[in-house]
Design a binder for this molecule. Structure first.
Ligand SMILES: NC(=O)c1ccc[n+]([C@@H]2O[C@H](COP(=O)([O-])OP(=O)(O)OC[C@H]3O[C@@H](n4cnc5c(N)ncnc54)[C@H](OP(=O)(O)O)[C@@H]3O)[C@@H](O)[C@H]2O)c1
Length: 346
C-alpha cells in the first residue's frame, strides 16, 4: 500500500490533505491519513470536510474518545507512523517531532517539514531543484513560500537565461497573518530585524542554501516588513547582472517560465481574489505572480514586484516529493493533474 500521513491541520496541513486526498487515485496513492492532535468542537466541520474529501483521521490514544464523542471514528496515529511511507509534518514543531518521533521510525520512509524548520533536511522546491530528490536523504525541508518565489525569480531570469547574476536584492512585503488566523495581526508596518550579517534576513539565506546544494553560490540579500493586510505577500526584487539586459527578453523568459505566472493586476487583493475563485482551496499554486507592468530595466538592472502565493507553492512541492517517492519514473506525468490549477496569466 502507498500511504501518506499529514501531521497538522492548520493553514498548510488543511489544504495539503485536501489536495492529496482529492487527487489520490490519479496520483496512485492508496490512503491519505491526517493527524489532528486536538479534538475541538469548533473544528468539527474541518475534520468532516477532510474526511469527505477521502482522507482518514488519526490521533493519539488519549484523544480518540473525545474525537468519538464528536462523531468521528479515528484510528491511532501510532499505526499510521508504521503504515505510511511518506510523512509530511505541517506543524511549527517539525524539528522536535523528528527528534521525538520520526527519527525512531523506519529510515526508508520519506519525511518532510515546512520552511520554518530550518535544518530539518535539504531544501526542496518543485521544479527548482527536482534533482535533490535523487539524493540519499530521507528527510526534506519544503522551501517556504518566499523561498519558492525568490528562487524562481533567480532561476527564471538568471540561471535558466544564462545571465551572470552579480547581486540579487529582495524586500519581502509580508501579509501580517493568514485569513484563517486570529493572532499575529500587525496594526502598522513592522520591520523584521536584519539579524543575518551576510544575508539580511533568513529569506535570502534560505535561497542561497537551496542553490548551494547544487554547487551554485549566489550573492543575495533580503529585507522583510510585515504589512497590516491578510492578502498575500508581495516581493520587490532587483537583479544586477554582469551585462546589460533587455526588457523584451525578460518578458520572453517570463513567458517561458514553468514556475512564474504574470498579471496586469497591481493589488494583492485582486490577485488573492482570483485565487479564491479559481485556485485550489482558494490557493494559487504557482511559485510567484509577476506584476508585469512593474518590470523595469535600466542598463544591467532588472527591478520588479512579484506576488507570493503564501502557501500554494509549498503545497505543490510537498505533493511532488510524495509522488516522487512512490513513482520515481512517472512522478512528473502524475503531477500533470495539477496543471488544471496553473495559469500563465491572470
Ligand atoms: N501559513 C503559511 O503560509 C506557511 C507558509 C510556509 C510555511 N509555513 C510553516 O508551516 C508550518 C505550519 O504552519 P501553519 O501556518 O499551517 O500552522 P498553524 O495554522 O498554526 O497549524 C498548526 C497545526 O499543527 C498542529 N500541531 C502543532 N503542534 C503539533 C504537534 N506537536 N503534533 C501534532 N500536531 C501539532 C496543530 O494541531 P491542533 O490544532 O490539532 O493542536 C495545527 O493543526 C509552520 O512551521 C510554518 O512556519 C507556514
Amino acid at each position: 500500500m502507498k500511504n501518506v500521513l499529514v501531521v497538522g491541520t492548520g493553514t498548510i496541513g488543511e489544504p495539503l490533505i485536501g489536495l492529496l486526498a482529492q487527487h489520490k487515485e490519479t496520483l496512485g496513492i492508496d490512503n491519505v491519513y491526517f493527524f489532528k492532535r486536538t479534538p475541538l468542537s469548533d473544528e468539527k466541520g474541518k475534520v468532516e470536510a477532510l474526511i469527505r474529501k477521502g482522507s482518514k483521521l488519526v490521533s493519539t490514544s488519549d484523544a480518540l474518545d473525545e474525537f468519538k464523542n464528536l462523531g468521528f471514528e479515528p484510528e491511532n496515529v501510532e499505526n499510521s507512523y508504521e503504515d505510511c511511507q511518506v510523512i509530511i509534518d505541517c506543524t511549527p514543531s517539525g524539528n522536535d517531532n523528528w527528534g521525538n518521533i520520526y527519527s525512531k521510525l523506519d529510515s526508508k520512509k520519506r519525511f518532510m517539514a515546512q520552511g520554518s524548520e530550518h535544518g530539518f533536511g535539504p531544501f526542496f522546491a518543485w521544479g527548482i531543484n527536482n534533482e535533490q530528490l535523487n539524493s540519499d536523504a530521507n528527510k526534506y525541508l519544503i522551501a517556504s513560500c518566499n523561498t519558492h518565489n525568490i528562487a524562481s525569480i533567480v532561476k527564471s531570469f538568471a540561471l535558466d537565461s544564462d545571465r551572470d547574476l552579480l547581486d540579487g536584492r529582495f524586500v519581502c512585503l509580508r501579509r501580517a497573518n493568514d485569513v484563517s488566523q486570529n493572532d499575529s495581526f500587525a496594526p502598522s508596518p513592522t520591520i523584521t530585524k536584519h539579524d543575518n550579517q551576510e544575508f539580511g534576513t533568513h529569506h535570502a539565506r534560505d535561497v542561497y542554501e537551496l542553490f548551494k546544494q547544487e554547487g551554485i553560490e549566489l550573492n543575495l540579500f533580503s529585507s522583510a516588513i510585515k504589512l497590516p493586510t491578510q492578502y498575500m505577500h508581495t516581493l520587490w526584487f532587483n537583479l544586477a547582472f554582469k551585462d546589460s539586459v533587455e526588457l523584451s527578453s525578460v518578458k520572453s523568459d517570463l513567458e517561458n517560465s514553468e514556475y512564474l505566472m504574470s498579471t496586469e493586476k497591481l493589488s494583492s487583493n485582486k490577485v488573492f481574489s482570483f485565487g479564491r475563485d479559481h485556485g485550489y482551496h482558494g490557493r494559487l499554486l504557482s511559485h510567484g505572480i509577476i506584476a508585469i507592468d512593474s518590470l523595469h530595466v535600466k542598463d544591467n538592472n532588472l527591478t520588479g514586484y512579484c506576488f507570493t502565493p503564501q502557501d500554494g507553492n509549498a503545497l505543490l512541492s510537498s505533493v511532488a516529493a510524495s509522488v516522487n517517492y512512490f513513482y520515481e519514473d512517472s512522478w512528473k506525468e502524475k503531477m500533470e493533474v495539477f496543471n488544471q490549477y496553473l495559469f500563465k496569466q491572470i
